[in-house]
Design a protein around this ligand. Structure first.
Ligand code: HEM
Length: 509
């Protein structure tokens, strides 16, 4: 039988295309196989917990498996390789000497999770590297000078009082536990919007339906989901997945919000109202600092840079503070004796709390120890990661080659029984001067350390002190034992279903 027109004309190209695809597939398989073999060889000096050949340790790492991590820390001293699928491994470390070696270098941030964050945040301080990071860090550091932070105390207190008024109303009408995380999250957003951008959003009054807050929460979840599901690492697969679609929608909400913040400030400047605007404010806010950095460095600080930094500070500046305060309240609710000691200290320094000064906050030593102990027990940022740009040798002589992703598990470090006695116990006295002096300087790293430490550490500590002082002056907190919080590790350690506390208002003196 004679071959059809189609067969003669298309058979050969189709055959060639098939062979080409097959060769490509084979090449890719060989590449992945060699990658796995190389990783296995490089990580051999470090024993790992049993792993599934395909999923690796993926299941074990997801979401709220903090106890699993603690068990591993106990069994595998210093570090362990953690497989995410068959061809990717993260190298987890949680030993102070290992942390010191790791943080004293300037390796770039790892692709994970920052590659997944970039489409929504842009490239800001958190995910920049090299000279550009250095330039931004230098330009933005003055925004956190203590003279500027001092001017925030009143604004912070005002936002906390708005939340306390809400709590007072709720407590007078109901005798049930209150889910405090949502309130605190809005309060922290209110604070960052006021302090950093001089923007009155009224988000505490308008409620959690704020589209920006919702978008920020959902975006974090998706980024974390993507990080530990290797088939979604591929951009095209992710883009066409339901999560990828949602990610794009939510990123739009985030960008519109940022753009509005910037344009609202630029408008009066463009209209020549700079004079009036600065005269009205007693301080330079963060946006003033970025805008003047942009004006002075127009060539090297683009509009995109500006947007990325605003996004970064809005997100980094409220989420972390909100979870920290929520966990702190929970720790103090579970430990009434420490709560009472803090309250006594705060009363003796602040009286009824009608005015708070920077210097008074510096005197709250017991409360500060409780804050530090909360950061140890429940570090809001559970890990940070870098991709090695050159080989790294640890103090015990074991080495890793360039290209490996190293994850410093802050949770693992803070729960490492080789470093902390009874790590599960809330004991603020670990942070007395004598006890701290004896400790390894890299044993406690809630804000990381070295050149890429948290730029907002002092801001966060200030906010926590103002908030906890005012809360404890007005309310006694006790846990709702029927609804204990559950961890949800979405880059930041959040309470999955919130934090439910009984709040008892003290009568006004
Ligand atoms: C309790 C609150 C906070 C905690 C626990 C925390 C923790 C951290 C940690 C661990 C890092 C290092 C990240 C890494 O190396 O990958 C970091 C970096 C950073 N944090 Fe915070 N943070 C907090 C609050 C804040 C606040 C309030 C702001 C801003 C107002 C902020 C802005 C940043 C920025 C911009 C970076 C990147 C710094 C750089 O790489 O130069 N953080 N933070």
């Amino acid at each position: 039988m004679e071959a059809s027109w189609l067969e003669t004309r298309w058979a050969r190209p189709l055959y060639l295309a098939f062979v080409f695809c097959l060769a490509l597939g084979l090449l890719q398989t060989i590449k992945l196989y060699l990658r796995r073999q190389r990783l296995l060889r490089d990580l051999r000096p470090f024993p790992a917990p049993p792993t599934h050949w395909f999923y690796g340790h993926q299941k074990f790492l997801q979401e709220d498996k903090m106890e699993k991590l603690e068990e591993t820390v106990e069994k595998y001293p210093c570090a362990f390789p953690c497989w995410v699928g068959p061809f990717q491994a993260f190298f987890f470390i949680y030993d102070p000497d290992y942390a010191k070696t790791f943080l004293s270098r300037t390796d770039p941030k790892s692709q994970y999770p920052y590659r997944f964050m970039t489409p929504c945040l842009g490239k800001g301080l958190l995910n920049l590297d090299g000279p550009k990071w250095f330039q931004h860090r230098r330009l933005l550091t003055p925004g956190f000078h203590c003279d500027i932070l001092k001017t925030y105390v009143d604004m912070m207190a005002h936002s906390v009082n708005t939340m306390l008024d809400k709590w007072e109303k709720i407590c007078s009408t109901q005798d049930t536990a209150v889910e405090v995380f949502e309130h605190i999250n809005l309060m922290a957003l209110d604070i960052i919007m006021k302090c950093a951008f001089s923007r009155e959003t009224n988000c505490q009054i308008n409620g959690s339906l704020d589209p920006y807050v919702k978008a920020a929460v959902e975006l974090r979840k998706i980024i974390f989901y993507r990080m530990y599901n290797f088939w979604h690492h591929h951009d095209i697969i992710f883009k066409f997945s339901p999560n990828g679609h949602l990610f794009q929608e939510l990123s739009k909400v985030l960008h519109q919000h940022t753009e509005k913040v910037i344009q609202d400030r630029k408008k009066p400047l463009k209209a020549g109202m700079k004079q009036d605007n600065t005269q009205k404010k007693k301080y330079q806010d963060f946006l003033d600092i970025i805008l003047s950095a942009q004006a002075e460095n127009e060539d090297s600080f683009s509009n995109a840079d500006l947007r990325s930094e605003v996004n970064t500070f809005m997100l980094a500046g409220h989420d972390t503070s909100a979870v920290s305060l929520s966990w702190l309240l929970y720790c103090l609710a579970l430990n009434p004796e420490h709560q009472e000691r803090c309250r006594e200290e705060i009363r003796s320094i602040l009286g009824d709390g009608s005015s708070i000064t920077w210097d008074q906050l510096g005197e709250m030593s017991y409360t500060t120890m409780c804050i530090k102990e909360m950061f140890r027990l429940i570090p809001p940022v559970t890990s940070i990661s870098r991709e090695l740009s050159k080989p790294l040798t640890f103090s015990d002589g074991r080495s890793l080659p360039a290209g490996i992703t190293v994850v410093l598990s802050i949770w693992g470090l803070h729960h490492n029984p080789a470093v902390w006695k009874s790590p599960k116990i809330f004991d603020p006295l670990r942070f007395t001067k004598e006890n701290s002096d004896q400790r390894h300087p890299y044993a406690f790293l809630p804000f990381s350390s070295g050149p890429r430490n948290c730029i907002g550490e002092q801001f966060a500590m200030l906010e926590l002190k103002v908030a906890i002082a005012l809360i404890l002056l007005h309310f006694k907190v006790t846990p709702d034992l029927t609804r204990p919080p559950v961890f949800s590790n979405h880059i930041i350690l959040k309470p999955k279903h919130g934090i439910h506390l009984h709040l008892k208002k003290f009568p006004k003196c």
